[in-house]
Design a binder for this molecule. Structure first.
Ligand code: ZN
Ligand code: ZN
Length: 699
């Protein structure tokens, strides 16, 4: 008996501004449950989509109402269980909150391979996965786990109290999010592991989010060693498409018990989810910076509440948003105040740059007392870490005769001098040229680098400490596949005396022999115009300091050095005392009086055009279109301004800030605003792109 065709609603990948409905209607000869993956025709193409909700009530009873122009579903991915209600709710919420279409978000958070292949190919892969893939996934884990890691360390009193508090918070309905505030080396990971063990014992899945891909192997090894009987998969953009799909499927099928990944893993399909851990929850990389600009940390908290799953947010320097929620009692605050084994935090020492002798108007890279301190470390077989948050050799080349500087012809930025391959590279658009032999403006052959990047620092260290073994880690050295792993392994093996690098080396790595950390030039962030700059600098320096003295035996002599022109700055005073709470209190007081987050809620409307005036006209019209919209009465709109780098790759960028004391009012306004914005875009042909950024990290 042939069934009558019925209407199904399908979301497909449609760009935000395609003026396409939330879902499209197709015909199917059978009922398809929501969450089913399908292939459907879209124009001349065939694309992957997700069935989004049940057939509207009554439609099946009146098949004659189905318009004949509807096209049939081309293929149903029958081999794959539909995406669950929890996953669909998360995607719906995220799309609404971050002002994107459901289809765009849903498809963009699925593995790219899943969108590319058809149902037949997927069925084949699933069969292969069932046949041997499960064993393959397990084989990806270290074959011989470190025996020391398998052994469960004794918990100290603070960790026991933390686990008790987490159990209490988890018993709430819905569970309260827990802010696990622990100094570096306080044993946060052990708390994650113990809580994960509880959840795994209940037969549920654990999701662990980390800020960076290169931190996953280390944590993966620890979890794998602790839970040898459980399947663990990684989820991040560094995996091959095939592997990413395999890991995603293992999670979706409920075959993987532990999922470890970067921000995109917050959207993993996990039918038995029982715990979400967000490690280093303050880290800026949890915020997606293009497309749907979601915050994985915030979505993790939302998902935990929606699915009644406990969420652990861990950090030594919590984001001020999370800290304020803990102060208000909305998050459960759990502290790990001391280092494991009673290890001391490094002593913070300042080099007052005002007191240093200058040679030819240029200060030396490292002050003499710091050089001596590093030398004595080398003599004792200990390591030092030098932090300079700027890669390349020099941020700009300069001609003293005519004033020429190595600006980028396509961006409002300097091109950075890279000495290793003698290029001038724009870090914004990628425009790269050989370094000119002489000044392109006046022909002066003597053009000089201004300022210092990690490449130059590495060179200067080699001059200052000729016998030291120096290594450098930054985005340039890590570009080659395997290079980062090799450098890290050399540091761990003790083959490096001095490690130079950007913030890449400050995060998370468990270096055991480093007893000195120095920030070479941290002041630049001190007076940045961005209101979050102090928060980021404090977190970075605390995190960098945390790399020193991780081995309790060496902790007593460990030091954090700062070379600064402002040794009495309040931020440094808080750092010297390792006093996050004092720093947070002063920052929150400033934010409250200035009307900034977490006390207000922000959104940006960004516009890009060939000419700044075109972007400005669009933004001004957008502001006018706001009048009378729902929520507008509670939202303040500021005049359009360029971001820190206004022009990138010959495109002028402009942004307009919206601020409201009410998150709901701001959300209502943004939702009501999208239609007029889409219409306006058609009138402003010069505008190449526009986007709404909710809860932007930088303004
Ligand atoms: Zn010149
Ligand atoms: Zn450029």
């Amino acid at each position: 008996v042939g069934e009558l065709p019925r209407r199904v609603r399908v979301v497909v990948e449609a760009p935000q501004h395609a003026a396409m409905a939330v879902a499209l209607d197709y015909l199917s000869d059978r009922a398809l449950p929501a969450g089913t993956l399908v292939r459907v025709p879209l124009g001349k193409r065939e694309v992957t989509g997700v069935v989004w909700d049940e057939e509207p009530a009554g439609a099946a009873a009146r098949p004659h109402t189905v318009p004949t122009e509807l096209r049939p579903v081309a293929q149903v991915f029958d081999a794959l269980a539909p995406l669950g209600a929890g996953w669909r709710a998360l995607v719906s919420f995220a799309a609404g909150y971050y002002q994107r279409t459901v289809g765009e978000l849903a498809l963009s958070v699925l593995p790219p391979e899943l969108r590319r292949i058809d149902g037949v190919a997927l069925a084949r892969r699933l069969a292969r996965l069932r046949a041997r893939g499960l064993a393959d996934a397990v084989a990806a884990q270290p074959a011989t786990p470190d025996p020391g890691a398998v052994e469960q360390p004794e918990l100290d009193a603070a960790q026991q109290a933390a686990l008790q508090a987490i159990a209490t918070a988890a018993a709430h309905q819905p569970p309260a999010a827990v802010l696990l505030h622990g100094v570096t080396g306080s044993g946060k990971t052990e708390v994650y592991l113990r809580q994960a063990a509880r959840v795994l014992a209940q037969g549920r899945q654990v999701l662990v989010l980390v800020p960076e891909i290169n931190l996953t192997p280390q944590l993966e090894a620890r979890f794998a060693a602790r839970f040898p009987g459980h399947r663990l998969v990684a989820m991040h953009s560094g995996l091959t498409p095939a592997r990413r799909l395999r890991h995603w499927l293992l999670a979706h099928l409920g075959e993987a018990d532990l999922v470890l990944g970067t921000r995109l893993a917050v959207f993993a399909s996990l039918p038995r989810l029982g715990l979400i851990v967000v490690d280093e929850e303050h880290d800026a990389s949890y915020k997606q910076q293009e497309g749907a600009r979601y915050s994985a940390r915030d979505l993790a908290v939302w998902r935990g509440r929606a699915e009644s799953v406990p969420v652990l947010l861990g950090s030594a320097t919590p984001s001020l948003e999370s800290w304020q929620r803990a102060l208000e009692g909305r998050y459960c605050h759990v502290a790990l105040p001391g280092r494991i084994g009673g290890g001391a935090l490094p002593r913070v020492r300042f080099v007052d740059m005002n007191l240093l002798p200058r040679t030819r108007g240029v200060t030396t890279a490292l002050a003499a007392p710091l050089v001596e301190a590093i030398e004595s470390r080398i003599a004792r077989g200990e390591q030092s870490l030098l932090l300079l948050n700027r890669r390349g050799y020099a941020p700009v080349l300069h001609c003293a005769d005519c004033g020429w500087k190595s600006d980028c012809p396509h961006c409002s930025a300097w091109r950075v001098f890279h000495k290793s391959d003698r290029t001038l590279r724009c870090h914004h658009c990628g425009y790269t040229q050989r370094v000119p032999r002489a000044c392109p403006a006046c022909g002066n052959p003597d053009i000089q680098p201004l300022g210092r990047g990690t490449e130059k620092l590495e060179e200067q260290i080699a001059e200052l400490l000729p016998t030291a073994r120096v290594a450098r880690i930054d985005a340039d050295t890590a570009r080659r596949r395997g290079a980062l792993e090799a450098s890290l392994a050399a540091v761990h093996a003790g083959d490096v005396d001095v490690l130079v690098g950007t913030q890449m080396i400050a995060k998370g790595h468990d270096f055991r022999r480093i007893t000195l950390v120095a920030a070479v030039n941290p002041d630049t962030a001190l007076f940045a115009s961005d209101f979050r700059a102090p928060e980021r600098l404090f977190a970075l320096l605390m995190q960098a300091a945390g790399r020193a003295g991780r081995d309790a035996q060496q902790a007593a002599g460990s030091e954090m050095w700062l070379q600064t022109w402002h040794p009495r700055h309040a931020l440094y005073a808080a750092l010297r005392a390792h006093d996050y709470e004092a720093f947070a209190a002063s920052q929150l007081a400033e934010r409250r009086s200035a009307g900034l987050p977490p006390f207000t809620h922000l959104a940006l409307l960004r516009a890009e055009a060939r000419q700044a005036a075109q972007a400005a006209a669009f933004l001004e019209a957008a502001a006018q279109a706001m009048a009378g919209l729902d929520g507008a009465e509670a939202v303040t709109v500021y005049p359009p301004v360029p971001p820190a780098v206004a022009r990138v790759a010959n495109v002028e960028r402009l942004q307009m800030l919206l601020e409201s004391p009410s998150r709901r009012a701001l959300q209502r306004l943004l939702t009501a605003w999208r239609e007029p914005l889409t219409a306006l875009r058609a009138e402003h042909r010069g505008v190449l792109r526009w986007a709404i950024d909710v809860d932007p990290l930088t303004i």
